[in-house]
Design a protein around this ligand. Sequence first.
Ligand code: ZN
Length: 198
Amino acid sequence: MELYSGHINRLIEELAALPGIGNKSAQRLAFHLINMPKDRVDRLAGAILDAKEHVRYCRECYTLTDQEVCPVCANARRNKKQIMVVENSRDLAAYEKTGKYEGVYHVLHGAISPMLGIGPADIKLKELVNRLRDDVEEVIIATNSSLEGETTAMYISKLIKPSGVKVTRIASGVPVGGDLEYIDEVTLLRALEGRIEL
Ligand code: ZN
């Protein structure tokens, strides 16, 4: 006998498939949603659908944005000759919050991970190489200091160096395996200022 109705089971299954949500949390969330007023459920469902429909990749840096070109790339004062490579849009937001970085970004949407079967073709690497045609002077690799982040950094360095573009890596000091978004601004700035040429 099924413990819950088919509808509840389906909701629990969908929630449990989200990252970081186990079966217990999925059940808790499902019952919370069912007990929420109808208008709040409508708002939540609408927000999910709207985001999915309107959010897209920036044409230049591939961060997630509502516009064709994100606000950073659209800003004429940003230095387009300096590109900081990050793993995701949250890392970009972390560096933007410092307010001290004047270059632009490139968002990979992941990192190379042989263990998870994620190869160079699965992240936005080809797109990065394409951007180097517009006289870029420096590529700053700001992937995480996790195994995947380091593997990706090494791969990018080998890929780009023959083109003569300066390639740098942010200084370590960023905790191993720590997501960049959780690191305070001072640490981020120190990592950026202490970057070394690869
Ligand atoms: Zn952009």
